[in-house]
Write a protein that binds this ligand. Structure first.
Ligand code: ADP
Ligand code: ZN
Length: 288
């Protein structure tokens, strides 16, 4: 059996799979403090002594570099109680199995590549546009990770010509996240995104920022598929707008795949992350 754990800011999903990928059980545990939430997660996995590997995808920032002391930790999160929390260490103490560890969005990108919208491809970006903006990147079949993991929500972008909004990022003001995450939309227009009609100018602005971000990622990584998830992307009218702006920004420079199948919603919907955690853990067993 293979365990999977997707740790999010509001809930942690724990799941057990057979090695063939069949779901055995899945539970959702509210993300309170580690003292409150971690014992329930451990209890879930303890039910399955047959577990051979565990994959964890976590909200961040997290330490992903095995040569650094903060490997396996959630590091500087604003989330109360989780700063400098040794997530992998706690699970290593309880379970004598290999543990895969990455960001929630990297796990989602990997899950979509293995079982979702990007099957058969090796260069995949998963971007979530929700309370924050975060990107997961797979290049040549492997998750991108260097000294740290990508912080692609904080790239610097050009302002839309009609946009005077200061931006919400406490560090950069008008980085991508500061201009285009859900809270930025709400602060700019005085209404939650879900309350803005599909024809509202908010969406052209939103599409502009997201298209710029994807284009920046594209010229660096040459990705084969962009998968966009998170609450804001429930505004499905954004997809054709982003696709069109992406083509315009490219202006014929690089060859790009058919745009309608290039920038798409997640095929696994809310299961992308947990699927990726399973697949990453499975890969550890196969490497043994
Ligand atoms: P989180 O990022 O916290 O995991 P979500 O991905 O649901 O959760 O993102 C929440 C953000 O997305 C909020 O800012 C919310 O206003 C926005 N949001 C959620 N649903 C919609 C929607 N249908 N349309 C536009 N914005 C939405
Ligand atoms: Zn920022």
């Amino acid at each position: 059996m293979i365990g999977a754990l997707e740790a999010g800011g509001t809930k942690c999903v724990c799941a057990m799979f057979t090695e063939e990928g069949e779901l055995i059980e899945r539970v959702s545990i509210p993300t309170q403090t580690p003292e409150q939430s971690i014992p329930a997660m451990i209890a879930f996995f303890k039910q399955y002594p047959q577990m051979r590997a565990l994959g964890i995808g976590s909200f961040g920032p997290i330490g992903v570099n095995e040569s650094l002391d903060n490997y396996g930790y959630i590091t500087t999160t604003p989330k109360a109680g989780w700063q400098n929390f040794n997530f992998v260490g706690v699970f290593k103490d309880e379970f004598n199995v290999p543990i895969a560890w990455t960001t929630d969005v990297n796990a989602a990108a990997y899950g979509e590549m293995m079982q979702g919208a990007a099957q058969g491809l090796k260069n995949v970006v998963y971007l979530t546009v929700g309370t924050g903006i975060g990107g997961g990147f797979v290049v040549d079949g492997n998750i991108v990770s260097g000294y740290g993991h990508p912080e692609s929500g904080h790239i610097l972008i050009r302002r839309h010509q009609d946009d005077t909004f200061k931006g919400t990022c406490p560090y950069h003001n008008d980085c991508l996240e500061g201009m285009a995450a859900g809270p930025a939309i709400e602060a700019r227009w005085g209404k939650k995104g879900v309350e803005l009609e599909a024809s509202h100018p908010a969406w052209a602005m939103e599409a502009e920022y997201i298209a710029q971000a994807l284009y920046n990622y594209y010229v660096i990584l040459g990705s084969e598929k962009f998968i966009l998830g998170g609450g804001v992307m429930k505004q499905r009218q954004l997809f054709p707008m982003i696709q069109q702006r992406f083509v315009e920004l490219n202006n014929g420079y690089l060859e790009i795949p058919a745009i309608e199948t290039f920038i798409v919603p997640p095929a696994l919907e809310d299961n992308a992350g947990i699927t990726g955690c399973f697949e990453l853990a499975k890969k550890l067993i196969e490497a043994e």
